[in-house]
Design a protein around this ligand. Structure first.
Ligand code: CUA
Length: 330
């Protein structure tokens, strides 16, 4: 697109597929990108014309007597001002129409074969649920949304507390998640990739660390992923991991987190059934590594001050066992 040429400088700062509305990976984002391109191009032309006129006026040599001596200039001055004003109105009106047309094209019905995903905003993480006519086929995850490429996806958006806003700039515009109301947004990814998304409505202390990933993948690998997510957690076989499960079930972790297949079933915090399959922890704040997980469990407030998760007091043996267990949750 035009962004490739004009925004090349900006884009080169990001790896391909990163968080950028200028690298659209689907039709909705492409429409937004096209509108941006048009506005950017017209703005550049207007800017150049205005600055050119300013320099022309400033550098033109005029005798002090010239103005008084030539009253005939008045009409041409008036014509220029009227012309510029009319042109401005025409341009703004054209943008208004283009904006409405883009909005309509983006929200036009996704069709019957759309995949439904329920996303609930929490301070400060995203609950993601794949529902099914059979409740045993539901899959719940957090902060990482997998979608198949080439198929429309409808997001049913809710909030558990305050207003959040779902925004994956490579794929679509934003839509607010409003407490007590259900909104929806749909888009389709056409290019496989991992795209970063971000809460786009100020929602409290850790609004900035309320990110998520959209993993757009081939329908087959998406189906395999969803099948795995529907499974309950495997019972650990290694003694250390078994001990870790006991630590988990005997600690305050169970007050907030669920692991399907164990007695832990609370939905206050993210579902951990397949925690190890996710790329990040703490809503996109840290890569999901053993060290980061350990730091996060012991002192979440250090990573994300104000987060709802309290620190967990664990001896180093218990911590190692717990980490070994959490790593089996693939
Ligand atoms: Cu959630 Cu900002």
């Amino acid at each position: 697109m035009l962004a490739g040429a004009l925004g090349g400088l900006v884009q080169s700062a990001f790896p391909p597929g990163a968080h950028s509305a200028l690298s659209p990976a689907g039709r909705q984002a492409q429409l937004v990108d096209r509108l941006w391109d048009a506005m950017y191009l017209v703005s550049v032309v207007v800017f150049v014309l205005v600055v050119g006129a300013l320099f022309w006026a400033a550098l033109r040599r005029r005798q002090p007597t010239e103005v008084a001596d030539s009253p005939g200039r008045e009409p041409s001055l008036r014509a220029s001002v009227l012309g510029a004003t009319a042109l401005t109105i025409v341009i703004l009106f054209a943008f208004l129409i283009a904006d409405l047309a883009t909005g309509r094209a983006i929200t036009a019905g996704p069709g019957q074969e759309a995949l439904q995903i329920r996303v609930t905003g929490h301070q400060w993480w995203w609950e993601v649920q794949y529902r099914d006519s059979l409740p045993q086929n539901w899959a719940t995850t957090a902060n990482e949304v997998h979608i198949p490429v080439g198929r429309p996806v409808v997001f049913e958006l809710r909030s558990a507390d305050v207003i959040h806003s779902l925004w994956a700039p490579n794929l679509s515009g934003k839509r607010d998640l409003i407490p007590g109301d259900e909104t929806s947004l749909w888009f389709q990814a056409d290019t496989p990739g991992v795209y970063r998304g971000q809460c786009a409505e100020f929602c409290g202390h850790q609004h900035a660390k309320m990110a998520f990933l959209v993993v757009a993948e081939h329908p087959d690998s998406f189906a395999r992923w969803l099948d795995r997510q529907r499974d309950t957690a495997r019972t650990p076989t290694h003694p250390l991991a078994r001990r870790g499960q006991e630590v988990f079930l005997g600690s305050p972790c169970v007050m907030c987190h669920a692991i399907a297949g164990t007695p832990a079933g609370s939905r206050v915090g993210p579902d951990l059934t397949h925690l190890a399959s996710r790329r990040t922890i703490a809503a996109g704040t840290l890569p999901n590594t053993r060290g980061n997980l350990a730091g996060w469990i012991l002192d979440p407030q250090r990573v994300k001050p104000g987060a709802q998760m309290p620190p967990t007091q664990l001896g180093s043996e218990d911590l190692q066992a717990l980490l070994a267990y959490l790593e089996t949750l693939e």
